[in-house]
Write a protein that binds this ligand. Structure first.
Ligand SMILES: Cc1cc2nc3c(=O)[nH]c(=O)nc-3n(C[C@H](O)[C@H](O)[C@H](O)COP(=O)(O)OP(=O)(O)OC[C@H]3O[C@@H](n4cnc5c(N)ncnc54)[C@H](O)[C@@H]3O)c2cc1C
Length: 449
């Protein structure tokens, strides 16, 4: 059996690896338009700031492919799929190539919002970051700038902030411009987002929220951006990190069912027989992902499916995101804001320690762990990751998160840290019992749970 895989990043590579682990005999060929064997995109911002070299983040060198009997075709783009004939064309092969099973792992591309003058300014100071080629271009452009030149990053999501942090460390005056009124709008609630904003600003990065970019300024090269409210920010380089879109062109042109992504079923089969899809490019039950854990999970399912061992069904992946900025521990997992969810039974355990910049929020539904934000203290990370979607004991959680209730010995009034702005220990000695009829002060409160 011959399996062809289009795309050689997490999804394509791990699908190949899992297939090989299950079957030593099948032929596996991978095509990628990129120049490098499988590397992790996580390190690209650090590559821009010269903290790592390309060699440091190539995960599987070419000998890995030889050992696993996988033929890798670098810099060879697949240009057409003929699913009925079970053939593909590449930009290098003189004729069609046949397959028995085809896996589409074409990933995603950065979005460029409809901003005036953006298409004209691309590569003239305006860049997105997705691959090593983009990173090399950005590095080269920055090398020509003076120290203290200005950089604007459009997008205050994870990638935007990670990139801003590295750019800032290159001594560029760095500003992050975010459309929504808070940073990490898809991962954080207002309260934690505000704390994060202060931390980011403390690192010398300017943050502008509720800012819709109207135009990129400049003729031959980028000179700045103009917001819809009329404000102008000068910039020598503008980097857009405003989300991603699944790469579906090949599939769509082949008549495979697509929407936002390539539509797959629970076995990661597409609408065409013997054609599968995996990774950032897929859409399953109206959802797309764009994170490595989803690719890894899907690559296990797809390997069984293509080998006709449909033992496992895909049921989606819980979103888990960690901000990778040294000294800032921040992870958001699952549901973090039940106010936008349906039904009752929701409960929140939350502790905000603004003095020490710590925020822990656990979301439960009928005592089942549904999500969390952990900022500044990741002691509970392992527990949360292991217990997602499982029943938990709120008392045990309180202990783990160091969230307590204190009761007034006079009147029984309760100070529940999970509901208050300030941890009990940080209250001044002059703190008065919230019961207006009680004269007790902080010393009259005793630990309850
Ligand atoms: C800077 C950065 C940091 C990130 N950090 C994190 C992180 O910390 N945690 C996390 O979970 N996720 C992170 N991500 C997202 C993560 O990298 C993606 O989810 C993951 O790379 C998706 O893998 P994939 O294999 O589905 O697709 P991709 O990585 O997009 O790879 C698809 C590959 O297919 C190739 N291709 C496409 N069309 C063709 C064609 N026609 N012919 C041949 N080849 C083709 C592309 O060139 C590409 O190499 C980050 C992404 C970026 C850009």
């Amino acid at each position: 059996m011959k399996i062809i895989i289009i795309g050689n990043n997490v999804a394509g590579t791990f699908s190949a690896q899992n297939i090989r682990n299950l079957n030593d005999g099948v032929d596996i060929e991978i095509f990628t338009e990129e120049k490098y064997p499988y590397y992790t995109r996580i390190k690209l911002p650090e590559f821009i700031s010269d903290k790592v070299s390309i060699d440091d983040f190539i995960v599987f060198k070419e000998n890995w492919y030889h050992t696993n009997k996988i033929s890798l075709h670098l810099e060879e783009k697949v240009v057409k799929i003929l699913p009925k004939e079970k053939k593909i064309y590449t930009d290098k092969s003189p004729g069609p190539l046949s397959y028995d099973k085809l896996i589409i792992a074409t990933g995603s591309n950065p979005n460029i919002p409809p901003i005036e003058n953006a298409p004209e300014m691309e590569h003239k100071g305006l860049f997105t970051l997705r691959n090593i080629k983009d990173a090399l271009e950005i590095k080269e452009y920055i090398a020509k700038l003076n120290i203290k030149s200005k950089a604007v990053i459009i997008g205050g999501g994870l990638l935007g902030l990670e990139l801003a942090n590295q750019i800032n460390q290159l001594d560029l005056d760095t500003t992050v411009v975010e459309f929504f009124p808070r940073l990490l709008p898809k991962q954080l609630d207002d309260e934690c987002s505000l704390m994060l904003k202060e931390e980011i600003k403390g690192r010398g990065i300017n943050v502008v929220l509720s800012a819709a970019t109207e135009a990129i300024l400049g003729n031959n090269h980028v000179e700045g951006i103009k917001l819809k409210d009329g404000r102008v920010f000068n910039a020598d380089i503008v980097l857009i990190q405003a989300g991603i879109s699944p790469e579906i062109t090949l599939a769509k042109n082949a008549g495979i069912e697509t929407n936002r992504g390539i539509i797959v079923n629970e076995f990661l089969e597409t609408s065409e027989k013997d054609v599968y899809a995996v990774g950032d490019c897929i859409e399953y039950k109206n959802q797309t992902w764009g994170i490595i854990p989803a690719c890894m999970e899907q690559s296990k399912i797809i390997s069984a499916s293509v080998l006709e061992k449909k033992t496992k069904k895909y049921a989606g992946t819980t979103p888990k995101n960690t901000l990778k900025i040294v000294g800032l521990d921040l992870t958001s997992i699952g549901i973090f804001d039940p106010s936008s969810e349906q039904g009752g039974g929701w409960d929140i355990l939350r502790k905000a320690d603004k003095k020490d910049c710590c925020y822990e929020k656990i979301v439960l539904k009928d005592n089942k762990l549904k999500g969390a934000i952990l900022f500044g203290d990741n002691t509970a990370m392992q527990y949360v990751t292991n217990k997602m979607e499982q029943d938990v004991d709120p008392k045990e959680l309180r202990k783990l998160l160091d969230i307590h209730e204190y009761a007034c010995v006079n009147c029984g009034a309760v100070y529940d840290e999970a509901k208050m702005e300030v941890p009990f220990e940080d209250l001044p000695d002059t703190f008065k019992c919230p019961n207006p009829d009680c004269r007790a002060t902080k010393k009259d409160f005793k630990l309850k749970i």
